[in-house]
Design a protein around this ligand. Sequence first.
Ligand code: SF4
Length: 370
Amino acid sequence: MDKWQRELEKNIKTIDHLKKHISLTPKEEKILEKVIEIHPMNITHYYLSLINKKDKNDPIKKMIVPSRDELNLEGSYDTSGEKQSTKSVGLQHKYPETAFVLATNKCAAYCRFCFRKRLVGLSTAEILERFDTAVDYIKKHKEIDNVLVSGGDPLILPTETVEKFLSKLSKIKHLSFIRFGSRVPVTFPDRILMDKKLLKIFKKYSKKNKRLYIVTHFNHPNEITEKSTNAVDKLIKANVILNDQTALLKGVNDKPEILVELMKKLVSIGVNPYYLFQCRPVKRVVHHFQVPFYRGCKIVDDARKKLDGHSKRFKFMMSHNRGKIEVLGTRNNYIYFKQHQARNPELVGQIFRKKLNRKSGWLDDKLNLS
Ligand code: SF4
């Protein structure tokens, strides 16, 4: 076992362990036991150390410590039609040019807002069994020019497995780049800092004409620490290009000044702000994490007023059943959207509007467009 794997073994997974670090009333203990029976808890000591224990509304705590709000059953577990996009177990193909691989159901730490809560730390039924099956599919589909390896968190897989993925994908001539989606730089930067072999592999496969991208997931400026900055620096030195996806989350980053600080810090450490995602209506998540569109637009507009062009490159986006939809903004009692990616490429570029409902945070699956 590698050093970073031994480190992960020490994660906080039980309420008994949690209460050594965070004070809980007996009633809370009981409720949280119930919550983690449904969706397991997994917290790295590093990420736990970022919590300000004196602040009962600490944003890191809200993202990682289970809460009674997870007993609310509003929402669903597949909000963007992942089942419909699945071509074989663990392989999705929603947009012509992108293949998506579900490489694992595990992560360094389990975020309470996760939109793949249905599988994280739970069932492996949707996880790829044989990587070669995905490789064969991608080889046959020449319209695919990039692959996103995600999960769970693929960087939690053994380094040899990461290398196998890269070695096989790099040989496919019609792929122009490869992406890993990972929150490891945020919740467990030691995975990168403790494993020189991983960095060597990244350097080997991130070639001048076929780059390796890591899509990070920073949500709050408090996540940008000396350690995460060092991990990012190592990745950049290994020729990896870093883009960030942030989720807009109630009680975490739903204030313009927090987004401003986050985006500025990301740019300063060399991570490109890419998407700000509307929180999906996920069961046991939506109730306490989703920000209505109306507020979201206002927060984004106010943040953008204080950001330079580089820091405000991110698009405010929703990952809908119909595809990726950009949330453009509000005007005269309407909210405006633009289709950014779609199962049906004919829809890309379409602008549409919906009557403004100040409480609404999602669009119906069957869109009635105007
Ligand atoms: S690291 Fe990503 S996939 Fe894993 S629990 Fe967090 S948000 Fe979900």
